[in-house]
Design a protein around this ligand. Sequence first.
Ligand SMILES: Cc1cc2nc3c(=O)[nH]c(=O)nc-3n(C[C@H](O)[C@H](O)[C@H](O)COP(=O)(O)OP(=O)(O)OC[C@H]3O[C@@H](n4cnc5c(N)ncnc54)[C@H](O)[C@@H]3O)c2cc1C
Length: 414
Amino acid sequence: MRKKRIVVLGGGIAGLEFLSRVTRKIDHSKYQLCLIDKNELHIWKPMLHTFAAGSNAPSEQGIPFLIQAKRYNFVFEPGEVSELNIKNKKITLAAYVDKYGKKILPERHVNFDYLVVALGSQTNDFNTKGVKDYAYTIDDLGKALRFYDDLKNYIIQAAILEEKHYLVVVGAGATGVELSGEIINELKQSAQYSDHDFAKNIDLTVVQSGDRVLPSFKQEISQAVKETMNGIGIRTLLSQRVAEVTKDSVVLESGEVLPADQVVWTTGVKAPNVLQQLAGVEQSKISQLVVNNKFQLLDNADIFAIGDCSQMQNKPLPPTAQVASQQAIYLSEYFGDIIDGRPNIPPFEYRDYGALVSVGRYASFGTFGNRMAVKGLIAQLAHLYLYRRHQMQILGIWRGLSAIIADFFRKKAR
Ligand SMILES: Cc1cc2nc3c(=O)[nH]c(=O)nc-3n(C[C@H](O)[C@H](O)[C@H](O)COP(=O)(O)OP(=O)(O)OC[C@H]3O[C@@H](n4cnc5c(N)ncnc54)[C@H](O)[C@@H]3O)c2cc1C
């Protein structure tokens, strides 16, 4: 009997947590599990700003999909999904090209019986002029590393040639705040081991259209974070909209022009391009797939969507790691029951455990369940706990613990 193929698109937080759990529940003599991802490594996306700032390395934190595949009994197909044909249940993967431009694999097609779309999201530039051509985004590993490579060169010039480097971060949500804090943190740490004051010639401005940083947090946290940022030398420009990004500046709607060698765009998200091209399925304003409370497309029960690329009908949730993880856990729990058509499956219920943010190693803040505000060590530990719990989910307890111990010694040896 032919095994039915369950294909998961995207091995991020939602996709890999789903796979790592569902593999223990489904009957492998009836179903084959397959993962498709454009990268070779699984990355905890909330860590991308640390790769962009150079304080962490993907070779140390990334988990190779090939190893996960062997361990958890699924097939890994590397490749970027370029087209999704829902009617014919067929996925097209673009030719696989390495980072030097060498073609490794031709364009391919993969068929599926069941599909779980977990392709995440990308930064939304709201069609602002010049962003595509001149701004960086840090919404995937390649882009975060690209930004860091250039930042490193500017820092060397700033330190050795005493040249001023102007860096503008657009957006003071969690990504913008954490990235700018991490950059200053890294500069100050590096300076401890050198005769050069790395931070002296770096001019870092964060521009925000709203009147406070971290608008989704409590007012008191926004205020404390802004004070921390200003205290470590980050300029915050609030209530300012960006009209255009040029090769060497950011033009504000007020007419002010900020000099900029590097601009990082961090505001908002939208679904990946491949989903924007889909026709004939219900999608949100930012092209997420609209799903029912069991994560099935509204008119195709064999196709599921979880994480940032999905939106539950009548119950939109924020694009966060917490949401992606809870959705993956629910779907892995009930996936077999849903595809076997068993009755009385409880609908997904989201539990909001709050949100956390860190400004480098200078300060951490958080809210639990939207009520209690915490700061300092408790918030820092809670932040770390989220990542470590995710590692345990996908690596298992022993490998997860080994990763924690390895990180500890790596930091000491650095
Ligand atoms: C810098 C940064 C910091 C963040 N910090 C936080 C935080 O502190 N707390 C929090 O809750 N959330 C945070 N987030 C948001 C959080 O990371 C996302 O909500 C979460 O990763 C969503 O999980 P996901 O599985 O839907 O997508 P992802 O984790 O992004 O996974 C998507 C996967 O799909 C793959 N993929 C994408 N397109 C294609 C394609 N065309 N073909 C093949 N593969 C593809 C990607 O390689 C990736 O592996 C942050 C995001 C960023 C960018």
